[in-house]
Design a protein around this ligand. Structure first.
Ligand code: SAM
Length: 289
């Protein structure tokens, strides 16, 4: 691919999705975009590239972004955030909230829904503690294709074999014609919507916990910083942010403080985080020194 074409895709992706395409990843353009050019009826990838030089068709641009995004995900990915949610964060929030029995959890960059449904299954496991609580779990992603799949709650054998404990597969899924369908008792706990993290997120409302794992690593530092800045406004002052295990914000100026107890766990700089270990008997999520 010509340098000028690489630069066109790099700029389009950055401007419209925040995704950062580095020169080392330029080899992905041919293999991922050739199928898009065929789908759109262009004789060659070069012909599609030419069409994108004008005012690009929004649907075509979305297909380009989807093709270039990393969408790998699995149920209960990295497990620790979900045990921390069950054993530490939810018990803490139940105690902290008093009379306001309302919990809102956001899976930002939810992909095909496995993360949001893993949160829902985790909460289902402790539903007796959450009796009388209103729970909202919202999954958002830039990819309309991923949002459609997430909403269908249908997964392949390969997808349910990745990370999902067999007991949950038996308990919450039904198999029909090689498709594993998630029961409505879990599915109805989650709503999905298409939303771009580099645009306004105000209308999603205020959350108690934000999961944004394995998403920001695809962005440049200034994009990460501005997304985290807007997320800090959408997170309750005493709420929690969970990033991917290997993602760290050390180089960024943000309103968040890392908390010990779970890799990737953060709270507001001004929040009340100290969760007494005695509260749960398991972990201490106090501000990391
Ligand atoms: C690697 S997946 C992570 C899925 C899940 N959070 C996990 O950890 O398994 C990254 C997701 O981020 C989404 N994404 C990329 N850029 C985005 C943006 N600007 N706004 C919203 N979602 C975005 C991609 O479509 C993809 O589904």
């Amino acid at each position: 691919m010509k340098i000028s074409d690489f630069e066109l895709y790099r700029d389009l992706l950055l401007r419209n999705s925040g995704l950062s395409l580095t020169a080392e990843k330029s080899y992905l353009l041919d293999s991922r975009l050739t199928p898009v050019s065929r789908k759109w009826g262009y004789p060659t990838l070069e012909a599609m590239t030419l069409a994108l030089r004008g005012i690009p068709d929004t649907a075509l641009l979305n297909d380009v972004i989807e093709a270039m995004s990393t969408s790998d995900t699995s149920f209960f990915r990295d497990m620790t955030p979900f045990t921390t949610l069950r054993d530490v964060l939810i018990p803490h929030l139940i105690k902290d909230r008093g009379r306001n029995k309302h919990l809102r959890i956001w899976s930002a960059g939810c992909g095909t829904g496995q993360e949001a449904y893993s949160i829902a299954i985790t909460l289902k496991q402790i539903e007796s503690k959450l009796k009388g609580w209103k729970i909202e779990i919202i999954g958002t992603d830039i990819s309309s294709q991923s949002i459609r799949k997430a909403s269908s709650a249908d997964y392949t054998q390969f997808e349910v074999q990745r990370g999902l404990p067999v007991s949950y597969l038996i308990q919450y899924f039904q198999e029909r014609d090689d498709v594993w369908h998630l029961q409505d008792s879990i599915r109805n706990l989650v709503t999905f919507e298409q939303s771009n993290l580099i645009e306004s997120i105000d209308d999603l409302g205020l959350f108690d916990i934000i999961f944004c794992r394995n998403v920001l690593s695809n962005f440049e530092n200034n994009t990460r910083q501005s997304i985290l800045g807007r997320m800090s406004e959408q997170l309750d002052e005493n709420g929690f942010l969970i990033l991917g295990e290997s993602e760290n914000m050390a180089a960024l100026k943000t309103d968040f403080t890392p908390l010990s107890g779970c890799p990737g766990l953060y709270g507001h700089n001004t929040g009340r985080y100290r969760i007494d270990a005695a509260e749960t008997g398991t972990k201490d999520v106090s501000a990391a020194s």
